[in-house]
Structure formats: C-alpha cells, structure tokens
Design a protein around this ligand. Structure first.
Ligand code: MN
Length: 168
C-alpha cells in the first residue's frame, strides 16, 4: 500500500470515519437503522437499533435504541451489564424491582441478572445510548414464576402490565 492509500482500509476492516455527522433525528451517517431484534424472538414493540461503535479494540459496543411513543423494549435479564444514557424523549424503566421515570441525559445502570425494560411515554419517544460488552451472554426471558415474583411489587405489576405483551 502506498502512502497515498492511507485512507482506504484493508479488506475486512471496518474502521468508521473519524467523524460521522448526525444526519438529523438521531440518525447518523453510515449507521444503518436496524431492527431491535428478530421479529418473534422476544416480546417488544416499536424499537429500532443503531450500532454506533463496534471496535474489537474497545471490547464493547455503543448502540442507540429508540422506542417509539407507547412502545417498549423486551423484559429480560442477563449476566452482562448495561450502561445507559437517555438521549431523547421520556419514559420509564424497570431495573430490578423498581420503576423509574427517566428523561434526557439521565443515566441508568443495569446490574447483572436484574430484570429490566424500557417504555416510552405515550406521546414521546425514548431514545438511549447503551454500552455493552462485545462478548456477552444471551438475554433470558421471564418464566411464569419470574413474572409472578415481579408482580408482587404493585408498581412493577402495573409497569409490566402496561401494553400487555410480556407474556407473549
Ligand atoms: Mn438487556
């Protein structure tokens, strides 16, 4: 490779441009808008996913998820942790056995094996950055006895009942 070729990357490398401008509306240049998960793989509603950084040298991925008004992420848990910053809109999240109202620039820490779910308000989206390890375990979905345990806290029962389909 000559010195003139320094801008081109070797085959297979995926170095992003140094700067990828926001193209508006929490979309970024060269970042594809993806499905949150495969349809039917887990219960969720109206969530999109963008992978912003995914460099093996970091060992982690930074994703941006956006839940449309009235939508929600999957109720799940796993060994890996999430470090979340709310970037857009407003909503609520379940972490463990508590429900929290969240708004722009709030930080949310999801510890290992804590049940968690994000719900957008009815009239606002909920967009958030989520940092995770690249190597991570698969999310677990709640079984009937997990749901029964979660429902023992009234606030949690109301939260996971909203929108109906955690049992799906
Ligand atoms: Mn998760």
């Amino acid at each position: 490779m000559s010195n003139d070729d320094h801008a081109s990357s070797p085959a297979g490398a995926q170095a992003p441009a140094a700067v990828r401008a926001e193209s508006g509306d929490c979309r970024w240049r060269d970042v594809p808008l993806m499905a949150y998960k495969d349809e039917g793989s887990a219960p969720f509603r109206d969530v999109s996913r963008q992978v912003l950084f995914d460099d093996t040298r970091l060992g982690c991925e930074l994703r941006y998820f956006e839940v449309a008004p009235g939508g929600h992420s999957t109720l799940e848990r796993h060994e890996h942790v999430h470090a979340v910053m709310i970037l857009r809109g407003a909503g609520r999240c379940l972490v463990g056995d508590r429900v929290y109202a969240v708004a722009e620039r709030d930080l949310v820490a999801v510890p290992p094996l804590a049940w968690h779910q994000f719900r957008a308000d009815a009239h606002a989206p909920l967009g958030f950055l989520c940092l995770v390890n690249q190597e991570r375990d698969r999310p677990q979905l709640p079984a009937a006895d997990d749901l029964a345990a979660l429902r023992r806290v009234a606030e949690v029962a109301a939260f996971i009942r909203t929108g109906d389909d955690n049992d799906a």
